[in-house]
Design a binder for this molecule. Sequence first.
Ligand code: 6PG
Length: 517
Amino acid sequence: MQKKGGNSHEDKSCDIGFIGLGVMGSMLTMNLVDHGYRVACFDLDQNKVESILAKDASERAENTEPRVEGCSSYTELLSKLKAPHLIIISVPAGDPVDHVCNHLIDAGIHADDIVVDTGNSLWTDSVAREDQYKGKFIFFSTAVSGGEVGARFGPSLMPSGNPYAWTRIEPVLKAIAAKVDPETGKPLESHTPGQPVLEGEPCATYIGPVGAGHYVKMVHNGIEYADMQLICETYHVMREALHMAPAEIAEVFRRWNEGKLNSYLMEISAEVLEQMDPETQQPLVDVILDRAGQKGTGLWTAVSALQVGSPAQTITSAVFARSISSLKDERVAASKVLAGPDAPSFSDDEKMSIINKLEQALYCSKICAYAQGFQLMAMAGKEHGWTLEFGEIAKIWRAGCIIRAVFLQSISQAYENNEDLANLLLDPFFAEQITQYQADWRESIAQATLAGVPCPAMMSALSYYDSYRTAVLPANLLQGQRDYFGAHTYQRVDKPAGKKYHIEWSDPARPQIAIKK
Ligand code: 6PG
């Protein structure tokens, strides 16, 4: 290997270069070292480099060699890596990714070196980057889910890009990924530094050409938005219509978490609701401002659903729910002007019955949100020429990621039983589940509506279900309207598909014209 001019740091002992040592980057680095990789690290902020060195020193066994090497430049980082170089970056999506890539080019990266982007990048940016950096290095993308703890002890990974690069990266990503017990679909977890889980099925699978992995992660986040919003709406009904205290609701969520709703989001929601504010000693949730933030991935999912023409109204409703939450001042003003129904009151038995129904409502809505996400991936996959393996995607979401849930085992089973499944709702298991629980679902929404408690995601899920199972929708009238004002034509149920007609609406005789070609 050729020496880079005058670089005194050159020792080529590191397996992986890591750039970007924010929360996710530093945790991924520590995960890598736990699996025996020696990592050269760089961040524009040298304090972060110092911190990761200190973290390694505090976690490794006494009298052992450092597992992390700090670097003060891109050139130094490259000089410490075994060739061909493997560099993982964790920087904010957008320009910072290109900033890093361009600095690596200036520092002398080679054509067969691999740069893996692990940020929440827009999938189309990943596609453009593979092309843009061709000949300079191999740009590969690996979407990561799991937040800080996932990154540290096992995230869910959605890699995509050059298949040759995948063969080089696969062992690394499969080592650091979350692991699942293949029989039960439950996560195998260890949160002890230096003692990673080595057995089980890794939550990392090759998704497809570059961009596909970030697209799948984007949809994961869209589903995450819907899942979170549905839990929030359920909480809201219990809070406002049933007048339950946060701790009481937490107890219900904990109970549900032991059954078919078992999931990470359910578990953390109970914990959030139980938390007291150290300052006021009130439930913390009551002092958290009801204005939701968002970084954009849910919005991207909603935009993509609209562009692809895939009905994903529960995901979209969840994005809009965040938008309306941020109109706080307007809502406060409107609450003084706009009337709602009188607050209902319920006996203890009625309350218990509504709570039981809400569990089924949340479950059925959740099935619809996932059905929408998978349908969106299927339609987008077709459009972009990706062969997405939905059974495998559901499998890598069983652990490590934010939407991890027991429920994903049933989804992977559904696609394994029928890889051409057009919609999750048509899987015999899920179809039966909704048949069994739909009366409770409808009743819960009716109760919420009568009490004036908004539940946009839950309602949209039910509308999705009802629309999807309806053979004749009112789009017949809609086509009539379009033809009336714009001569946009319509097709007939009793004539060959594709054959178009128009009525001369302004002519008293209303003659129908068959449109040629
Ligand atoms: C994950 C999360 C993670 C993050 C998103 C969503 O899978 O680990 O989805 O990517 O939480 O950025 O954040 P917003 O709610 O701010 O859009």
